[in-house]
Design a protein around this ligand. Structure first.
Ligand code: GAP
Length: 516
C-alpha cells in the first residue's frame, strides 16, 4: 500500500471512529457513494457552511442568499442544457464487467506519467543537491520531456474528441494507449457511450398524470430562475450576487473516493450578475477572492493550485478549478466559471419571459452575464479533515493522533474535565459547562484518566481541554490545555469565555482574508 493510500485509509477510518462520517445504511451493507454525517460531522459541516455564508453573504453588501427547492420544473433542465449535455462518456470492460468513465481512464494514464516525472525530479534533486534547478531539469531531461509529451498529447486528443463528440476516437485512444482494466487487467473494451448523470423521479399520485422530474444536479438553476424575483424585491443593482447552499444529486459512475465524489452531496454556490463585457475583470476578482477564503483557514498555501479548463462546459467562456492536495493528489475543490448570459438567455427562450435588467447608467436593458463560484461542501470537509489528521511523535518517546481542525470549524470547542469523579469537582465542571454552553459547543467528559481524555479530545479535534482539579476548590482557577501545542495555562474560571472566544472568533479568522 502506498503512503498516500495508507493516509487515505486512515482518514476514512478516523472519520468513522470519531463520529464524523458513516457509510449510508451501513447495517444494510451500505449504499455506494452515499454517506451520512455523524454527531461531530454535522457540526463540522455546519461550521464550514457558516464560514462560507458569512464570507459571501454577510461580508458583501451586494450579495444576498436564497434557499430554492430541490425539485424544479423539468423544463429548467432542458433549458440549462443538462438533459442533453450533462453526460459522462462510459466504457465497460467485457471481462471484469466493470464500468469506467472513459475520460478518467485517460486522465489517470496522464496522471501516472506526471507521477513518473515527479519521481525523476526527486531522484535528480537527490543527485545534484543544492545546485539542482527543477525548471532547467524538466525542460531538458529527455526522459521527462518524453513523459510530458505523451501526457499532453493524450489529454489534448481526449479534449478534441470529446469536443467533437467523437466517442469512437475516445475508444481508439484507450486502445492505442494500451490502457488495461485495473480489475481484470484485460484490454477487452466495449464502445464508449454517453450516460446522463441526472436522477429522475416522478411528481404526482397517478401513473397517467405523474410528471417526470429530476433531482437537481446543481443548485445554480434555483438562483437563475429566481433572478428577477430577487433583483426586483431586493432592488438589487448590478453587479450583485445571489448565494445558496444545498443538496445536489448526480448518478456518478466513478464513485470510489469516499466523500470526494458522492451521488448526493451539498454545494455552496454564488452567481454574480454583471454587465456584459466585464466578465474577465470579475473572473479575476473572484479567483483571487475565493483563494483568499481558502487560505484564511490556514491549511497551507502549497496545498492549493489553480487549474484552467481547456475543455469548457457548455455554458462557460472561461473556467478554472481551485484544486486541493487531497490524500490522493491534487483534485478539484471549487470551480470558478464565467457562464456568460447562457443560463438566463436559455430560460428566456424556454419560458418566453424576459429575464433582463434595466441599467440606469447605460439607459438600456440587457441580459446580465454571470460569474459563478461553486464549491462542494463535502469536498471542503474532506480537505479540512484530511489535512487536520496527523500522527505526531512526542518528546517523551510516545506518539499521539491529533485532528488539528481550524478551531473556528471544530465541532466541540472545549471539553470540561473534572480530574476525579468526587470531592465536588464534577459539580464545578458541570457549572462551567452550564455557563459556556450559551456561547460555544462544549462537552463534559469524566471517563478514564485525564491523560486518556486529552488524547481522546485531541483525536476528536477539540481545541481546548479545561481541567478542574483540587486547586480549583481553593482559588477558582482551572487548567486550559491547548490541543495543538499541548501547552497548559492556569486561568481563572471567569476568564475562560474570552480566552476561547478569541481563538474561535469567526470575525478574526475571516479577516485573515484581508492579509493573505
Ligand atoms: N454549478 C456549477 C457546478 O455544479 P461543478 O464543477 O460540476 O460545477 C461544483 O461542481 C463543485 O461541486 C465541485 O467543485 C465539487 O466541489 C462539487 N462536486 C461536484 N460533483 C460532486 C460530487 N459528485 N460529490 C461531491 N462534490 C461534488
Amino acid at each position: 500500500m502506498s503512503q498516500q493510500e495508507d493516509k487515505f485509509r486512515k482518514v476514512i477510518s478516523h472519520a468513522k471512529e470519531y463520529g464524523y462520517v458513516f457509510q449510508s445504511s451501513e447495517i444494510y451493507d451500505g449504499l455506494s457513494a452515499v454517506y451520512d454525517y455523524g454527531q461531530n460531522g454535522v457540526e463540522l459541516k455546519n461550521n464550514i457552511r457558516e464560514y462560507w455564508w458569512k464570507a459571501m453573504v454577510q461580508m458583501h453588501e451586494n450579495i444576498v442568499g436564497i434557499d430554492a427547492a430541490i425539485f424544479m420544473h423539468p423544463t429548467t433542465w432542458k433549458a440549462s442544457g443538462h438533459v442533453d449535455a450533462f453526460n459522462d462518456p462510459l466504457i465497460d470492460n467485457k471481462d471484469s464487467k466493470k464500468r469506467y468513465r472513459a475520460d478518467v481512464l485517460i486522465e489517470d494514464y496522464a496522471a501516472k506519467l506526471e507521477a513518473k516525472i515527479e519521481k525523476e525530479v526527486t531522484k535528480a534533486r537527490k543527485r545534484f543537491g543544492d545546485t539542482f534547478n527543477k525548471e532547467q531539469f524538466i525542460t531538458t531531461n529527455p526522459r521527462v520531456i518524453g513523459y510530458r509529451e505523451k501526457a499532453d498529447q493524450a489529454i489534448q486528443r481526449l479534449n478534441r474528441s470529446l469536443e467533437a463528440e467523437d466517442l469512437a476516437d475516445v475508444r481508439a485512444l484507450i486502445e492505442e494507449l494500451e490502457i488495461a482494466c485495473p480489475v481484470s487487467g484485460s484490454r477487452n473494451w466495449t464502445d464508449v457511450k454517453q450516460f446522463n448523470l441526472m436522477f429522475g423521479t416522478k411528481l404526482g399520485a397517478s401513473a397517467d398524470s405523474a410528471m417526470d422530474l429530476y433531482l437537481r444536479p446543481e443548485t445554480a438553476q434555483g438562483i437563475f430562475v429566481n433572478f428577477l424575483n430577487v433583483q426586483k424585491t431586493g432592488r438589487m443593482k448590478i453587479p450583485f450576487g445571489i448565494a445558496q447552499t444545498g443538496k445536489a444529486f448526480r448518478n456518478e459512475i466513478v464513485a470510489r473516493q469516499f466523500i470526494f465524489r458522492m451521488r448526493e452531496f451539498e454545494q455552496m454556490e454564488m452567481q454574480f450578475f454583471i454587465k456584459p463585457g466585464t466578465q474577465k475583470e470579475w473572473y479575476d476578482y473572484w479567483k483571487a477572492e475565493r483563494l483568499k477564503w481558502h487560505l484564511s483557514l490556514g491549511l497551507g498555501e502549497s496545498n492549493y493550485r489553480f487549474h484552467d479548463h481547456e475543455k469548457l462546459a457548455h455554458y462557460a467562456d472561461a473556467a478554472c478549478d481551485i484544486e486541493f492536495r487531497f490524500p490522493f493528489g491534487f483534485k478539484e475543490l471549487e470551480g470558478i466559471h464565467s457562464r456568460t448570459d447562457f443560463d438566463l438567455a436559455q430560460h428566456e427562450k424556454y419560458t418566453g419571459k424576459k429575464l433582463q435588467y434595466f441599467d440606469p447608467e447605460e439607459g438600456k436593458s440587457y441580459v446580465p452575464y454571470v460569474l459563478e463560484t461553486s464549491i462542494g461542501l463535502d469536498r471542503t470537509f474532506l480537505a479540512v479533515f484530511s489535512n487536520a489528521l496527523q500522527e505526531e511523535e512526542l518528546d517523551n518517546g510516545t506518539s499521539r493522533v491529533v485532528l488539528r481542525l481550524p478551531s473556528v470549524l471544530a465541532p466541540t470547542k472545549a471539553a470540561i474535565l473534572p480530574l476525579v469523579k468526587k470531592d465536588g469537582l464534577p459539580e464545578i465542571a458541570h457549572r462551567i459547562v452550564e455557563d459556556l454552553k450559551w456561547d460555544f459547543n462544549v462537552q463534559y467528559d469524566e471517563k478514564d484518566a485525564v491523560g486518556r481524555r486529552y488524547r481522546r479530545q485531541d483525536a476528536a479535534g477539540t481545541p481546548f481541554c479545561i481541567t478542574v482539579d483540587h486547586d480549583t476548590l481553593e482559588d477558582q482557577t482551572v487548567t486550559i490545555r491547548h490541543r495543538d501545542s499541548m501547552e497548559q495555562q492556569r486561568v481563572p474560571i471567569p476568564a475562560l469565555k474570552d480566552l476561547i472566544r478569541e481563538q474561535i472568533d469567526i470575525k478574526a479568522w475571516l479577516s485573515k482574508m484581508r492579509s493573505v
